[in-house]
Ligand binder design. Structure first.
Ligand code: FE2
Length: 428
């Protein structure tokens, strides 16, 4: 006897009229037109059933703090960092946990069930680290939360010397933080940035951890720390375990240099997270016209065989005043900024908020195949492209085969002169 049988589902790979059978929290079979006794049966009515959305780049310690203690006037990354520095001494664990849990509720409602969040380790109290470890424990039944030890102010740039922030970062890892972070472009010099990449990759290799660095989040075409990140990944044998986040300087780099860089990144099996909502607003602020787009070279990276995900990065914090945990909004922006408008490219953008970030995070049992966890989302859309176009309603969200969130279908009732009353949900 099955626990759950979903019938008439469209899948992201294009298969239609599919059934998904669930027992014991796992998918046991995916086939067309399956008939079997089940405690619960759901007719998906030709709507899209997809694995959960995944956000491989977020800042949960800062989320929902917009306006505290003031708003970012210039809209730049650097004022955001300064503003976060003003807010940090005012943080309390209780308020931070409350805001993070509120965001996790939003995430579940949007079918976002796995999040990699960076957590600032520069505060010697490690207050945010302890708070987010508590949040991770509390949300574990419904969200896979992965933490990155992130030295926001520069790991070698501590006011009491280069060991200060590195020691904090190691203490955070000792407490159970999962991934080694970094921010080489924010160290005092390019040399210090390169040294930080070397030291942090060595630390990850020693401890058997993954790496995810904020890297080259800059409009400076000479910000080339991604080259060092690829080199250290290759040297230390960290293939497939290292992620370069943002990489916005690649947008401004010389094309010849990029033609050398891409194969080096592919050779190291570097993974990439672009954050389209944030970098289209933060970058290019020093330009007059034309203004550069603040996103790395997503289609070119994908064409080079590099795994690229889109991250949300920020929601209502010192860097970004909008956002709602909706990864379809993130992918929608990424699609536009990268001009990924072909049918195949739009499907790649859907992958960039589902399977690609799952690979970045190294999630086990993710997907819609037999043997995977029964975690999925039923969307009010028939395929991934329609889901992107409509930022489709998440009708039902399942975790381990259990329904954990529902949202009513977005349907408008129209009463127009000369026509009978009818409904519309923006699909032809
Ligand atoms: Fe970030």
């Amino acid at each position: 006897m099955l626990d759950l049988l979903i019938q008439n589902a469209n899948l992201p790979d294009g298969r239609t009229h599919m059934s998904v059978a669930v027992r014991g929290g796992k998918i046991v079979e995916v086939a067309r037109g399956l008939q079997a006794p089940a405690h619960q049966t759901l007719d998906a009515q030709d709507q899209l059933l997809c694995p959960p959305f995944v956000d491989a780049h977020f800042h949960m310690d800062a989320t929902l703090s917009y306006g505290l203690p003031r708003v970012n006037q210039s809209g730049t990354l650097l004022e955001g960092i300064a503003l976060w520095g003003e807010l940090k001494p005012l943080l309390t664990a209780e308020a931070l946990i409350e805001r993070a849990l509120a965001y996790c509720d939003w995430a579940v409602a949007k079918g976002l069930l796995a999040i990699r969040t960076h957590v600032d380790v520069c505060d010697p109290r490690l207050l945010a680290v302890e708070a987010l470890l508590e949040v991770k424990r509390q949300v574990a039944p419904y969200i896979d939360l992965q933490l990155v030890a992130f030295p926001q102010d520069g790991v070698l740039r501590g006011p009491q010397g280069p060991a200060q922030h590195m020691n904090n970062l190691k203490r955070a890892l000792d407490l159970g933080v999962d991934v080694v972070g970094g921010i080489p472009h924010f160290e005092r010099t390019a040399e210090q940035g390169a040294l930080s990449v070397k030291l942090l990759c060595e630390l990850a290799a020693e401890r058997g951890l993954r790496v995810d660095m904020h890297c080259d989040e800059s409009d400076d075409p000479l910000s080339r720390h991604v080259e060092t990140l690829a080199f250290e990944t290759q040297r230390l044998g960290l293939h497939g375990r290292v992620t370069g986040s943002h990489l916005t300087s690649m947008h401004s780099m010389d094309n010849y240099y990029v033609s050398k860089l891409l194969p080096l990144m592919a050779e190291a099996q570097l993974q990439v997270v672009a954050n389209p909502l944030i970098n289209i607003t933060l970058q290019g602020r020093h330009d007059s016209y034309p203004k550069r787009r603040g996103m790395t070279r997503v289609p070119e990276l994908m064409a080079a065989g590099i795994n690229v995900a889109f991250g949300h990065d920020c929601v209502m914090d010192p860097w970004y005043s909008l956002g709602s945990g909706d990864m379809l909004e993130v992918a929608h922006m990424g699609l536009h900024v990268a001009q990924m408008t072909s049918q195949a490219a739009m499907r790649q953008c859907f992958d960039a908020v589902t399977v690609n970030p799952a690979q970045v995070m190294g999630l086990n049992g993710y997907g819609l195949q037999a043997g995977c966890f029964a975690d999925f989302v039923l969307l009010q859309a028939r395929d991934p492209i329609e889901a992107l176009r409509l930022r489709a309603t998440r009708l039902q969200v399942y975790k381990r085969g259990r329904l954990i969130a529902t949202t009513p279908a977005a349907t408008s009732a129209l009463q127009l002169a000369g026509r009978p009353a009818h409904t519309s949900w923006m699909a032809p």
